[in-house]
Design a protein around this ligand. Structure first.
Ligand code: NAP
Ligand code: F7E
Length: 346
């Protein structure tokens, strides 16, 4: 019998990579998508087949803010594995919509866990929760499973609730429930307002057209960036363990946002020159101003330094990332330039 997986957040970056990974492993994959006024399935369109024909991939309308939809989908699909990747995942936006962020990101997790319990699926259904390094927030790096949580945004706080409710349902009701505590991971599928994708998109456009300007916030913020393709493998490995547990997933290497800009420019063979300091720091390419700092992109409260210690996952899951930051940037650049060229020919 084929294993059945249900992915909340199928239309997001990780949802699309995980769906493709599980289909290759011969799973039947079900995904939950939200209704939106414009089509939001572009990341999974390449694997979607007419459900009237033979397919292993199904989409259901649902929403983590709607308990009934959550319960009914789980009741219908009866999955072996549920991956909760759905969230209002933008840290900066969570300051604008804090209550909604808590409803989706925190209480949404409770809704799934309680549906597993209510439907008496504890013996059949395993649960994965998409935890984040944002839960560590202001805690001193390097951060691992034993580091205290000190979130610095409504998003981070909501994820701390989701983490502990996952632990609680594991202990109270014996559900196979794991928390993956994943550090930043990026890809060509990354949302366009996260900093790596924003940088790659802008610099590729400047490179191909000679026009445009990139506005950034805190370029001295430090992150441990990996590739989403590597990180979904870790999610699956956690679900194949004998016992449920919590794992930090990270590369163990840290760079600033400015380092990432320089890496992208180097890959594009663009020689840029940085001048000035603070809000007046600027970068020039062929004597043209291409990067400025804009105060509006600074966070209300910032997470300055994230660096993961993923020794537990490397030992117990035998997980290791294949990509480094250069190969990640390269992958993102290649796909971006391809998209620019395809748009030109349309
Ligand atoms: P993403 O691209 O923002 O995807 C989020 C997904 O959640 C999308 O499919 C989105 O649907 C869905 N969603 C949002 N609100 C929902 C709701 N009310 N009901 C149902 N679905 C909803 O995020 P990602 O980068 O793939 O990350 C996946 C998960 O890992 C998220 O939970 C994120 O918080 C967490 N995480 C991410 C990182 C990272 O660096 N990428 C690191 C640690 C943890 P739409 O497409 O309709 O918006
Ligand atoms: O910011 C700085 C910004 O928005 C990274 C989410 O997937 O990873 C992500 O959260 C850093 C921050 O990601 C701009 O201040 C500078 O310090 O790409 P980001 P994030 O906030 O780290 C974690 C692990 C998650 O769980 C989240 O879901 O870059 N920065 N200038 C900027 N950031 C943005 N977005 N835009 C700028 O112009």
């Amino acid at each position: 019998m084929k294993k059945i997986a249900l992915i909340f957040g199928i239309t997001g970056q990780d949802g699309s990579y995980l769906a493709k990974y599980l289909l290759k492993k011969n799973y039947v994959v079900h995904g939950v998508k939200r209704r939106s006024s414009s089509i939001n399935t572009s990341r999974v369109d390449d694997i979607y087949l007419d459900p009237h024909k033979k397919t292993n991939f199904y989409l259901h309308y649902g929403d983590l803010t709607d308990s009934l939809s959550v319960l009914n989908i789980i009741k219908k699909v009866k999955p072996n594995e549920i991956y909760n990747l759905a969230a209002q995942s933008h840290v900066s936006v969570s300051f604008n919509v804090p209550e909604y962020t808590a409803n989706v990101t925190a209480i949404g997790t409770l809704r799934i866990l309680d549906a597993i319990f209510t439907l008496n699926l504890q013996k059949k259904t395993k649960f994965y929760q998409a935890g984040t390094s944002e839960m560590f927030g202001a805690s001193k790096p390097p951060q691992n499973e034993k580091t205290n949580f000190y979130p610095r945004s409504p998003y981070g706080v909501a994820k701390v609730y989701a983490h502990w409710i996952t632990v609680n349902y594991r202990e109270a009701y014996n559900i196979f429930a794991c928390n993956g505590i994943l550090f930043n991971h990026e890809s060509p599928m990354r949302g366009e307002t996260f900093v790596t994708r924003k940088i790659v998109m802008a610099l590729c456009r400047i490179y191909t057209s000679g026009k445009g300007r990139l506005y950034l916030g805190n370029i001295y913020s430090k992150r441990d960036w990996g590739h989403a393709e590597d990180y979904v493998v870790a999610m699956w490995k956690m679900m194949q363990q004998k016992k449920p547990n919590d794992y930090v997933i990270s590369t163990g290497k840290q760079y600033t946002v400015k380092n990432f800009v320089n890496i992208v420019c180097k890959e594009l063979k663009m020689k840029i020159v940085w001048k000035g300091r603070g809000l007046n720091e600027k970068a020039y390419y062929k004597n043209k101003l291409i990067i400025s700092i804009d105060k509006k992109y600074f966070r209300t409260t910032e997470v300055n330094s994230l660096l993961g210690d993923s020794r537990k996952a490397r030992k117990e899951l035998k997980w290791r990332p294949k990509h480094n930051l250069r190969s990640l940037a390269k992958d993102m650049i290649i796909k971006e330039i391809k998209a620019i060229n395809e748009n030109k020919t349309r």
